[in-house]
Design a protein around this ligand. Structure first.
Ligand code: SAM
Length: 239
């Protein structure tokens, strides 16, 4: 795929319509992410697990590329978000209901920051991936301009304060509540986990939505926390 500036602008424009046209936005994002995955692995005949896959937009994109894909999500409402439960399985990312080494590709998009123990989730993803298989883990880091999700950019003043402000202004709690369903995860933490986890090798780490020439930013401490937006870690399961 061409990770050029035009593609980043297209994604950003689509993102601005997320609330009004969620189907169009998630279909666009899933196709883009599938292309990133396909740059690294063939999905033809591959068994793919989408951790926290919700309504299955990514699973649909992977199936179009020839994969057999199952979503595991903790929320039955999210699994049926496109109407039918499809091939979703109810279960937790912190205790995946799969045997060791049972999938060729273990994928997750924007879930890590929603679990209270992110590195346990990452370990679980590594556990269920077969030797030689690929782990593709993408998440929104806390100091990203979108780190606070709908409470952004007030999360820069503190997650709790941002949540209270949101409730005051909108008359309801944010869906992504700091400390309950939204947790601060940094780029540095992700890289540290990737380099220290057993049985995995870090293949690549890059800012998911940004043009290719922004990739070196992931190597710059502090700066990377503010400009990465969303980090992708690509790992290979070792024997
Ligand atoms: C922001 S949505 C991301 C959905 C989709 N992966 C995407 O990128 O559009 C977060 C998803 O993670 C799921 N989730 C949160 N905690 C989870 C857990 N402990 N185990 C499995 N799924 C979880 C939520 O139900 C929701 O579907």
């Amino acid at each position: 795929m061409r990770a050029d500036l035009a593609r980043s602008i297209r994604l950003f424009r689509a993102f601005r319509t997320e609330q009004a046209k969620p189907d169009a936005y998630y279909t666009t994002l899933a196709a883009d992410t599938a292309a990133q995955l396909l740059d690294r692995v063939s999905l033809a005949g591959a068994t793919v697990l989408d951790v926290g896959g919700g309504p299955g937009y990514f699973a649909d994109a992977f199936r179009r590329a020839g994969a057999r894909c199952v979503c595991v999500d903790v929320d039955a409402g999210e699994l049926t978000g496109q109407g039918a439960p499809g091939t979703g399985v109810l279960g937790s990312a912190l205790e995946l209901p799969l045997a060791d080494g049972s999938v060729d590709v273990c994928f997750s998009s924007n879930v890590l920051e929603h679990v209270p123990d992110p590195w346990r989730m990452a370990d679980e993803m590594a556990r269920v991936t077969r030797e030689g298989g690929l782990i593709f883990l993408a998440y929104t880091n806390w100091l990203s301009p979108w780190g606070g999700h709908e409470t952004s950019p007030w999360h820069y003043l503190g997650g709790e304060r941002a949540a209270r402000r949101y409730a005051r202004v909108h008359g309801r709690q944010p869906k992504n509540r700091y400390g309950r369903s939204l947790f601060p995860v940094s780029v540095a933490h992700g890289l540290r986990w990737a380099r220290s986890a057993r049985d995995v090798e870090l293949v690549d780490a890059f800012p998911r939505y940004l043009p290719w020439w922004c990739r070196p930013l992931v190597k710059v401490p502090v700066v990377r926390e503010f400009v990465t937006w969303n980090l992708v870690l690509v790992l290979r399961k070792l024997g």
